[in-house]
Ligand binder design. Structure first.
Ligand code: ADP
Length: 712
C-alpha cells in the first residue's frame, strides 16, 4: 500500500457510513482475541477513516514496554519494532496512556516520537475512562487537529470490545488468567519436550524457543567466548537450514542439521522438522522441532559395523565349514555327523559309499544300505539315550553295498556340545578293521612259524652242544697226545744228549792230543766231528727248550736286576764271537730304565739269541744295544745291526719253528731256525712283545718290550 504523505484531514476523506460502522461492530463481536480486534480496527480505519497508517500499541507488563499490537499501512517489522519503555514517564506517548484522550503530534520533534516517521499523527486513548488504566493507544496518521468523532467512536468501540473479549484488567498484554494459565501450561509443555522447539518469523528471527533450544541458540551476556561462538555458529547453521527448507530443497520440512553443543563443544546431529504456521497475532512463522539423532546415528553406524562383522563372521563360518568338509573328505575313514535326533546331516565320501545307494543300483545294494543304516542308527541312539556318556566305542558289522564284502568296523562316536552344554551334533568315525583282522591272522601264523623255528633252533643248539662236547674231548685227547709227544721229545733229547756229550768229550780229548799227536787231515776231520756234534747239541738243547715250554715245565723265576749289568754279562759271554766278527758292539742304555723285576734268565736267553743273530748276519758295520722306558712300567730293548736285513715277506715267518730266510742246503749261515721261535715263546711267558723292523741290505732292528714289573 502506498504511503500517503499529504496532510489532508482525516475527516475530509471519511467514509464512515452507518453500514461500515455496523460492519465493524459485527466484526468486533466475532473477534475472540484482543489483538484480532485491534487488527480489525486498524484495518477498518484505513479503509473507512481516510487514514494512511494506523497502529495500535498496548502496554506489555512482561516486556515493560508500550508495544505495537496491530497496525495497517505500516510494515510488520516496524510494528514489531515499536516499543516504548513504560517507565519512560517523560515520553509524551507514555504520558498519553494516562492523560487526556486524544493528542495530536505535529511538530517535527513530536512526530519523531512515533512510528510514522515525521508524519504528524494523532494518538487516541483506548479504554481507561476514569480510574481505569487504558488498554492502549490508537495512533492514526495523518493527524487531525481534533480526532474526528468517527475515530473517537472507533476507539470507544474497540475499548468495549477489549473489555468484553479479553476482560483485560490493565494494559493490552495482560491476558486473562485462563489464557495465562494455558499460556504457561503450553510453555511448560514445550519446555518439557526434550527436543529443542523454536518458532521463528519469516525473517528468521527467533520468536519463541523452549529451554532446550535456548541452550543451543541463545547466549546470555556473561557466557564464555567459546560458547558465544558456538551459539553464533548454531544460529548460522539453523538459519541456513531454514532458508533451504524455505527454498524447498531436499525432503519437505525434514533435514539433518549438525550443531555444536555450546557447553561441551561436541557435535550434535539433529533432524530438523519445520512447519510453516500462521498466527493472527504473531503473523506467519516457522515452527521447528529438532530431534537429536546423534545417538541414533551412532547406533546406525554401530548396526552397520555389526552387520559388516556379522557378514565377515558368516563368511568365516562358511570357510570353516568348507575346510571341515575338505578335511572330512580327505580322511580315508568314513565320518558321519548326525543331529540331535540322530538324523545324518553330513558325511564324507567313504561314508557315502556305505550309507547311500548309487542311482540305478540293484535291490540288493538298497537292502544292504538300509541294513547298514539300521546298524549305525542303533549304535548312535545308544549314545543319545544316555545323558552322561559323551563318547561311545563299539563294533558294527557293515557290508559294502558295491561289493557285498563284509566290513567289520570299529565305531567311535562323540557328542559335540555347545558352550552351554547343549547337544549340537554327534560325530562318528568308522574305522575299517579288515586289515587289522588280517594283520592279526598273519601275526598268529607268524607266531606259529616262529615257535616252530624256535624248536628247530633248540634242536640244532642241542646238537651243537653235543658236537662241542665231542670237540672238547678231542681237544683234550689232542692235548694229551701233544703232551705225550713233548714228553717223548724231551726223553729222546735227553737220551741223545748223553751220547753226544760223550762224543764231544772224546773229540776234545783227542784233539788235545791225549791219544797221541794227530796228523793235519786227522785234526781237520776231528774238528768237523766236533763242530757238527756241537751243532747237534744246540739243536737238541733248543728242541728240549721248546718241549719244556710247551709242556709247561719251564717255570718263571722273578728276580730284581739292573739291565746294564745284564747287557754287560751278555756281551762278555759273546766276547769271543764279537772279537771274531770284528764288529763294534755299542751299548746305549737310557738312565730312565728302571730296575726290572722279571725272569732274568729268560731275558738273558732272548738277548743272547738276538745278539748272536745280529753278529751272525752282519758282515760289517756295527751293532747297537739300546734300551729305554717307553712307559712308566715297561722297558724296550733293541738290538740294531747294519747287516743283510730280512725281506718284508719273511719278517713274520722267521718266528716260526725251523724257519730261516735262506732254507737252501747250501746256505751261507748256519743255525737251526729255532732261536727266534724260542725267543717268541719266552717273550710271551714274560707278557712282552718281540718285533722286527728290517730293510734288505741295510740292517735289522729286533725290539723286545717287557713289563718292568712282572707278576705271576
Ligand atoms: P738261526 O738259528 O737260523 O739263526 P733263528 O730262529 O735265530 O735261527 O733265525 C731264523 C732266521 O732269521 C735266520 O736263519 C735268518 O735267516 C734270519 N735272521 C735272524 N736274525 C737276523 C738278523 N739279525 N739279520 C738277518 N737275518 C736274521
Amino acid at each position: 500500500m502506498a504511503m500517503a504523505r499529504d496532510s489532508v484531514g482525516v475527516a475530509a476523506r471519511s467514509t464512515m457510513s452507518a453500514e461500515a460502522r455496523l460492519a465493524l461492530l459485527e466484526e468486533l463481536l466475532r473477534c475472540a482475541a484482543p489483538a484480532e480486534a485491534a487488527q480489525s480496527v486498524a484495518d477498518w480505519l484505513l479503509a473507512h477513516s481516510g487514514a494512511d497508517r494506523t497502529l495500535f500499541a498496548a502496554p506489555d507488563p512482561v516486556r515493560g514496554a508500550l508495544t505495537g499490537i496491530a497496525g495497517a499501512g505500516i510494515p510488520a517489522r516496524q510494528l514489531k519494532k515499536f516499543a516504548l519503555p513504560l517507565d519512560d514517564s517523560g515520553h509524551p506517548l507514555i504520558r498519553a496512556l494516562t492523560n487526556g484522550s486524544a493528542i495530536s503530534f505535529h511538530s517535527s520533534r513530536e512526530t519523531r516520537l512515533g512510528v510514522f516517521g515525521d508524519t504528524p499523527f494523532t494518538s487516541i486513548k483506548v479504554g481507561g475512562g476514569g480510574d481505569e488504566p487504558a488498554y492502549g493507544l490508537l495512533l492514526v496518521s495523518p493527524a487531525t487537529e481534533m480526532p474526528e468523532p468517527g475515530v473517537r467512536w472507533v476507539a470507544e468501540a474497540l475499548g468495549r470490545c477489549l473489555q468484553n473479549v479479553g476482560g483485560v484488567a490493565v494494559g493490552f498484554g495482560e491476558e486473562d488468567p485462563r489464557v495465562r494459565r494455558e499460556h504457561a501450561l503450553l510453555f511448560s509443555i514445550i519446555n518439557a519436550a526434550t527436543d529443542p522447539i523454536l518458532f521463528t518469523n519469516m525473517e528468521g528471527q527467533l520468536i519463541i524457543a523452549n529451554s532446550r533450544a535456548e541452550m543451543l541458540f541463545t547466549a546470555p551476556d556473561d557466557v564464555s567466548e567459546g560458547r558465544r561462538r558456538a551459539v553464533q555458529l548454531n544460529n548460522m547453521f539453523f538459519s541456513a537450514a531454514l532458508s533451504r527448507t524455505a527454498l524447498g530443497e531436499g525432503e519437505a520440512g525434514r533435514r539433518e542439521l549438525l550443531l555444536v553443543d555450546p557447553t561441551e563443544g561436541s557435535d550434535l546431529l539433529f533432524e530438523l522438522l519445520s512447519t510453516v504456521v500462521s498466527d493472527p497475532r504473531e503473523g506467519t512463522g516457522v515452527v521447528s522441532i529438532l530431534r537429536n539423532i546423534t545417538d541414533l546415528r551412532l547406533a546406525t553406524r554401530q548396526i552397520d559395523e555389526n552387520y559388516v562383522k556379522l557378514r565377515a563372521a558368516e563368511a568365516e563360518v562358511r570357510a570353516e565349514r568348507d575346510r571341515l568338509n575338505l578335511l572330512i573328505d580327505s580322511v580315508a575313514d568314513p565320518i558321519i555327523v548326525t543331529d540331535q535326533e540322530g538324523e545324518i546331516s553330513l558325511m564324507n565320501n567313504p561314508a557315502e559309499r556305505l550309507f547311500t545307494v548309487v542311482v540305478g543300483s540293484g535291490e540288493d545294494a538298497q537292502r544292504i544300505v538300509r541294513a547298514n543304516d539300521a546298524h549305525f542308527t542303533s549304535f548312535v541312539s545308544g549314545l543319545l539315550s544316555t545323558g552322561w556318556e559323551t563318547t561311545r566305542r563299539g563294533e558294527i558289522a557293515l557290508v559294502d553295498p558295491n561289493t557285498g564284502r563284509l566290513v567289520p568296523v570299529e565305531a567311535l562316536a562323540a557328542k559335540m556340545l555347545s558352550d552351554i552344554g547343549e547337544l549340537t551334533a554327534i560325530v562318528t568315525i568308522l574305522h575299517d578293521r579288515t586289515e587289522a583282522i588280517e594283520r592279526n591272522q598273519l601275526y598268529e601264523q607268524l607266531k606259529l612259524a616262529s615257535e616252530e623255528l624256535e624248536g628247530k633252533v633248540r634242536e640244532a643248539t642241542g646238537e651243537l652242544a653235543n658236537q662241542n662236547e665231542l670237540l672238547r674231548r678231542q681237544a683234550l685227547e689232542l692235548e694229551q697226545a701233544s703232551a705225550a709227544k713233548s714228553q717223548f721229545l724231551a726223553n729222546v733229547s735227553h737220551e741223545l744228549r748223553t751220547p753226544l756229550n760223550a762224543i764231544l768229550g772224546y773229540a776234545a780229548m783227542t784233539l788235545q792230543g791225549v791219544s797221541g799227536e794227530l796228523s793235519a787231515p786227522q785234526r781237520r776231520n776231528l774238528s768237523r766231528i766236533d763242530a757238527n756234534a756241537r751243532h747237534l747239541l744246540t739243536l737238541i738243547n733248543e728242541i728240549l727248550d721248546i718241549t719244556r715250554i710247551e709242556a709247561g715245565r719251564m717255570p718263571i723265576q722273578i728276580v730284581a736286576f739292573n739291565l746294564p749289568e745284564l747287557v754287560h754279562e751278555v756281551t762278555t759271554e759273546l766276547e769271543p764271537i764279537i772279537a771274531k766278527s770284528g764288529l763294534q758292539v755299542i751299548s746305549k742304555l737310557s738312565s730312565d730304565v728302571p730296575t726290572l723285576k722279571t725272569d732274568r734268565q729268560k731275558v738273558k736267553q732272548i738277548l743272547v739269541n738276538l745278539l748272536s743273530n745280529a753278529l751272525k748276519f752282519t758282515p760289517n758295520g756295527s751293532i747297537t744295544i739300546k734300551a729305554h722306558a717307553p712307559a712308566k712300567l715297561s722297558v724296550a730293548i733293541s738290538v740294531i745291526d747294519t747287516g743283510i736285513g730280512i725281506p718284508k715277506g719273511d719278517q713274520v715267518k722267521i718266528f716260526e719253528d725251523f724257519r730261516q730266510v735262506d732254507q737252501t742246503p747250501r746256505r751261507a749261515y748256519g743255525g737251526t731256525g729255532l732261536g727266534l721261535s724260542i725267543c717268541r715263546r719266552l717273550t710271551t711267558m714274560l707278557r712282552g712283545t718281540l718285533k722286527v723292523e728290517s730293510k734288505l741290505g741295510h740292517g735289522s732292528v729286533f725290539t723286545l718290550t717287557l713289563p718292568a714289573n712282572l707278576r705271576k
